[in-house]
Design a protein around this ligand. Sequence first.
Ligand code: FAD
Length: 403
Amino acid sequence: MFTLTEAQARLRDTARELAQEAAAQAAETDRSLQYPWPMVRRMTEAKFMGLTIPREWGGQGGSYLDAVLVVEEMAKACAVCGRIAVEANMGAVGAVMAYGTIEQKRIAAELVLAGDKPAICITEPEAGSAAGEMTTTAVRKGDKWIINGVKHWITGGGVSRLHLIFARAIEDGVDQGIGGFLVVRNGENDPAQLVVKRRIPSMGLCGMPEAELHFVELEVPDRMVLRAPGGFKRGFGKLMDAYNGQRVGAATAALGIAAGAYDRALAFVQQRRQFGRPIAEFQGLGWMLADMSIKLEASRALIWQAAASAGPNGFPDRLMAARAKVLAADSAVEVTNAALQLWGAAGYSRENPMERAVRDARMFPIAGGTAQILRNQVAEQLLGRKLPQTRDGMLKLAMDEAT
Ligand code: FAD
């Protein structure tokens, strides 16, 4: 059972207040497909961008739990704003603050504190859940790395400035493993080498661009390689640990969307009358509301537990983050659907936020580790053994066990 500190309760109240402004523009953001720059400016003024950046770098030194409180309130009102709050506090920025050099931390902090939502570039057309099969390469040439490859479904492509690009590091013709490379768009790198090829039309979160990025002989100075402990061979795993933070954030955005839909449904059923009585009096609907509230409370409990598992400069626990993301993402799909149902035809109208909530929630069991892949991760940790997904990986394991 968590009790918020006074400072955390104040932070949540401040987020709740700003969320009213976010709510006022959410439908237009969805309709216009425009990134909500005015809200980003307001979130920057409220110091919600880079809240988790340590004070020595100009941030608030906030915890993951602090960030989670902000993300939920923003996502209740505007899912896109919630996601911006996630990526301005977790994921790429968390990885740089944990493993970056002084110069890298300075660059990331300056950008994020000024309102940038960094982009994290992992997924490729032929390497989705099997991220380790990526083919984007970074070939070392003296003190530079030359990146070539294609990434897709990159959130913020075209609006983000800081990019954390994952690529196979090749030195002297030898594949060293997967590394992280920092590139600032419209910064010191020629933007012509980082091509925002196209925006991918998406079902929900329509104000947030999802893009296909092409890297064409993109030069990255060696000092912009994000080196996690263990070098390229083991560093990918460490860099992916930063993703545990992002997962907790994504789980929270899903929770916020669902909680917003639930609140509106709870109010609606008490005011809507059929058969001469408020529809809230029908037991079938009461049970739906009960189930919705149980899913939301359970999601929030796992999210807060996962967020609180992060130590100073550390990331949330992998198992807790995976459990929280699975539950919150699946629940968000169920709860938003139920909320729409409670509104009847009005819920199905595009004049009503219910249908937007259903579309917005649907991404969460897919992005940032699908519901299936995260269940694999949970199972691995429960069983205390690797569960290779490739055919030869499983075969090798079986042969190792037989000898
Ligand atoms: P696939 O891997 O092709 O999977 C297809 C289906 O098969 C899924 O249901 C999956 O769960 C299942 N499956 C695959 N392998 C297994 C297995 N071993 N066991 C059980 N089931 C399996 N990527 C980024 O790098 N950066 C981003 O910013 C980013 N943002 C995104 C935003 C959105 C809105 C979306 C939808 C995606 C985003 N992604 C991003 C990509 C996302 O991480 C991938 O979509 C995800 O990893 C799954 O890859 P895939 O879509 O290629 O599906």
